[in-house]
Design a binder for this molecule. Structure first.
Ligand SMILES: Nc1ncnc2c1ncn2[C@@H]1O[C@H](COP(=O)(O)OP(=O)(O)O)[C@@H](O)[C@H]1O
Ligand SMILES: [Mg+2]
Length: 272
């Protein structure tokens, strides 16, 4: 198991944002976490990634307990994430935003940095090369020297994914990556998520776009009021009465599933 979350709890005053959540993500698996707004999805991610201290429960990453560790410590053990509301460095270039991800594994001492030793210059070059590789990977072909805040929204989302990938994580957490994307961009995201899995990374995905969730997930965990109300393969979860009642009844949209599939097949045809 890459991720094992056991009886996770988080309370804000009287609000139980996460209320005894247990789920896991296996190697090479894509697990989606869905549920109505306010169900506790982002709060659960924040606990897993160290941004919030859970009030109870345990989080294990690749077999190691990471419960309550700081975000940087959890990241160093193989977790990278994106945010529901983008958190890029707006005043840095596209390239530098992704280079920031590489500093997790790049070995640089302050001594080398201050003196600009050959070793430092070599590692800076390595960081730049890696950043370009991930920008290629997410399909960002435009100017990489310009400020990231000048990019269209959909491209900023891809920069954030590239930065997370540049950390070379074992597990990637994506919080609503399709939010604000148009139809074509969603189809591209679907392809991208599958290509990330092919690299051997496991993915936990919070997403409202049911077409995307149904297409990419091995398993779907459904939250409502901080509690898990279903966990299983997408076809099964989709038919669970508790889920339909809480959520899917209003959100499931077959047209979107077909559109996402059509977009994906079109993409595949281009590559063939
Ligand atoms: N920083 C916070 N302070 C107080 N309450 C919060 C905070 N973050 C989330 N909550 C509350 O926790 C619950 C779950 O929110 P959230 O995890 O953002 O849900 P989701 O991502 O599923 O929409 C909501 O009731 C929300 O208002
Ligand atoms: Mg959220």
């Amino acid at each position: 198991m890459i991720l094992e979350v056991t009886d996770l709890r988080l309370a804000f005053g009287g609000v139980r944002a996460v209320d005894g959540l247990t789920f896991s993500v296996d190697e090479g698996e894509i697990v989606s976490i869905i549920g109505p707004n306010g169900a506790g999805k982002t709060s659960a991610f924040n606990c897993v990634s160290g941004f919030y201290q859970p009030t109870g429960g345990a989080v294990r990453l690749a077999g190691e307990y990471v419960t309550g560790l700081r975000p940087s410590a959890v990241a160093a053990r193989g977790l990278a994430r994106t945010f529901q509301n983008l958190r890029l460095f707006g005043e840095l270039s596209v390239l530098d935003n992704v280079r920031a991800g590489t500093h997790l594994w790049l070995r640089q001492s302050a001594f080398d940095a201050v003196l600009h030793t050959p070793r430092y210059r070599r590692s800076e070059r390595e960081s730049t090369d890696e950043a370009h590789t991930w920008l290629d990977f997410v399909g960002l072909r435009g100017d990489r020297a310009g400020l990231v805040r000048h990019l269209p929204y959909g491209e900023q989302r891809r920069v954030e994914i590239a930065r997370a990938l540049a950390r070379r994580p074992k597990l990637l957490l994506l919080d609503e990556p399709a939010a604000g994307l148009n139809h074509g961009e969603k189809a591209e995201l679907l392809t991208l998520i599958r290509r990330i899995r092919e690299l051997g990374m496991a993915i936990a995905l919070i997403e409202h776009d049911m077409g995307l969730v149904m297409e990419v997930s091995e398993r779907v965990v459904v939250l409502n009021f901080g509690k898990e109300i279903a966990d299983g393969p997408p076809e099964e979860v989709r038919q669970a009465p508790a889920v339909i009642e809480a959520y899917l009844g209003q959100a499931a949209d077959d047209d979107e599933v077909h559109a996402a599939r059509a977009g994906f097949e079109e993409e595949g045809a281009h590559h063939a």
